[in-house]
Design a protein around this ligand. Structure first.
Ligand code: ADP
Length: 450
């Protein structure tokens, strides 16, 4: 097992990894920009290294600075968290070239899944059900129109290199195709340096269901059920739960096995998430994330396992600490994302936290890097905390969420907390009756968010 690891991230996810390391007796090294000298992850880690100025490009995304920090401190492995360099195959290659270990999948797997066309082809071959659409990339507008007519409108044009909701455009009708095709290509080019796009049938009322998988890199893999992340704004998740209110035990077992077998087949190592749209009882693969997800705690809640600990274990060459048979669902868990954003437009709202009080009690987990007097810098993501609750069943989890939200105090900046108070008054949320468009409609009708 490693003696010292470096965390190439900040905020709540850096704390998450530091906590797992500490429980395992591993020394943790934080890296930080000059804007984060006072950040909680720097205070909580055993050691810290300043790696550059505020801009992410020159700090959290600076590979040479991170490798240098490893060499200076003698860290043997790097945990990337999520975002930043977590799905950067080049980073993994450089880490290995320096004789260090990346706590995550291989560069080859990251590369395959990072290109959505290659990912889809690979999954199809592995027997995972996919959204009907073009066979690979679509190069011309004429071809796009032909495919649109073939699969039937509406369709969605997606940049193969896209992510974070960027590089995706819906064409409702054939007349809409030119605009959608050109915009998706332009967004792919400007955001990801790749203008290749592909086309999928646009599902009108699906739920977003994702399967958590975990492999040991030696041909063994398990699934840890699903998370329902249908409540989204602009393709960004805001509320996640496990198990999915619409998924039966038989469906879970079926799709879970398909995913676990696929991962075993490719010798996948570490944590991964296979994302599906789910409509009329069918699953349609959309993409795979080769990293820990923001919403992983809901899965940890219902299975009682520490996914970061498992990531570190398998990266060091050890086996997973559980088998598929050991994994039994216990109760229900819900996560809400607390962002420093001003409603109704969700504009970022950095600034000084004048008062912070985290909720507590049975079944409540608050993952946050906030503290009284902390100043949220304007340079990074607006996620400032995740409130996760666990109950014996969904109604108990919902009641606990309401109670915990009532205890949570974040003063000094605007946050998304009021949104969740309001959502917990909605019948559809209470009954779990929503799809990926539900929240956008609700925001339009209730907050005038366009
Ligand atoms: P990203 O990598 O940008 O997150 P995804 O492929 O994961 O993109 O899609 C993000 C979201 O976009 C999905 O959760 C869903 O809401 C919507 N979406 C993607 N593909 C389709 C589709 N074929 N039909 C309907 N909605 C889709």
């Amino acid at each position: 097992m490693f003696k010292k690891i470096l965390i190439a991230n900040r905020g709540e996810i850096a704390l998450r990894v530091i906590r797992a390391a500490r429980e395992m007796g591993i020394v943790s090294v934080a890296v930080h920009s000059t804007a984060d000298s006072d950040a909680m992850h720097v205070r909580m880690a055993d050691e810290s290294v300043c790696i550059g100025p505020p801009s992410s490009q020159q700090s959290y995304l600076s590979i040479p600075s991170i490798i240098a920090a490893c060499e200076i401190t003698g860290a043997e492995a790097i945990h990337p968290g999520y975002g930043f360099l977590s799905e950067n195959a080049g980073f993994v290659q450089i880490i290995e070239d320096h004789g260090l270990t990346f706590i995550g999948p291989t560069a080859a797997h990251i590369r395959i899944m990072g290109d959505k066309i290659t990912a889809k082809d690979t999954m199809k071959e592995l027997g995972v059900p996919c959204v009907p659409g073009s066979d690979g990339g679509v190069a011309t507008l004429d071809e796009a129109k032909r495919i649109g007519d073939e699969i039937g409108y509406p369709v969605i044009i997606k940049a193969t290199a896209g992510g974070g909701g960027k590089g995706m455009k819906v064409a409702q009708t054939a007349a809409d195709m030119e605009r959608a095709f050109m915009t998706a290509r332009a967004e792919g080019k400007s955001n990801f340096g790749n203008d290749e796009v592909y086309i999928e049938k646009y599902l009108t009322t699906p739920r977003h269901i994702e399967i958590q998988v975990f492999g040991d890199g030696k041909g063994r893999a398990v699934h840890l059920g699903e998370r329902d992340c249908s409540l989204q704004r602009r393709h960004q998740k805001v509320f996640e739960e496990a198990p999915g209110p619409s998924i039966t035990e038989a469906e879970r077992a079926r799709i879970g096995k398909v995913c676990a077998d696929a991962m075993a087949n490719i010798n996948y190592i570490g944590a991964g998430t296979i994302e599906f749209l789910y409509e009329n009882g069918e699953f349609y693969f959309i993409e795979m994330n080769t990293r820990l997800q923001v919403e992983h705690p809901v899965t940890e809640g219902i299975f009682g396992v520490d996914l970061v600990r498992e990531q570190i274990r398998v990266a060091s060459g050890m086996d997973m600490s559980f088998t598929q048979e050991d994994l039994k669902i216990n109760g229900h868990a819900i996560e809400v994302r607390i962002n420093a954003e001003k409603l109704p437009n969700f504009s970022p709202c950095p600034g000084k936290i004048t008062q912070y009080h985290a909720p507590g009690g049975l079944g409540v987990r608050m993952d946050s890097a906030l503290y009284d007097g902390y100043s949220i810098p304007p340079y990074y993501d607006s996620l400032i905390g995740k409130l996760i609750v666990h109950g014996r069943d969904r109604p108990e989890a919902l009641a606990r969420l309401k109670r915990a939200l009532g205890e949570l105090i974040v003063d000094g900046v605007d946050t998304t907390i009021p949104l969740f108070h309001a959502l917990l008054e909605e019948k559809d949320v209470l009954t779990g009756d929503y799809n990926i468009h539900w929240l956008e409609h609700w925001l339009e009708n209730n907050l005038g968010d366009a």
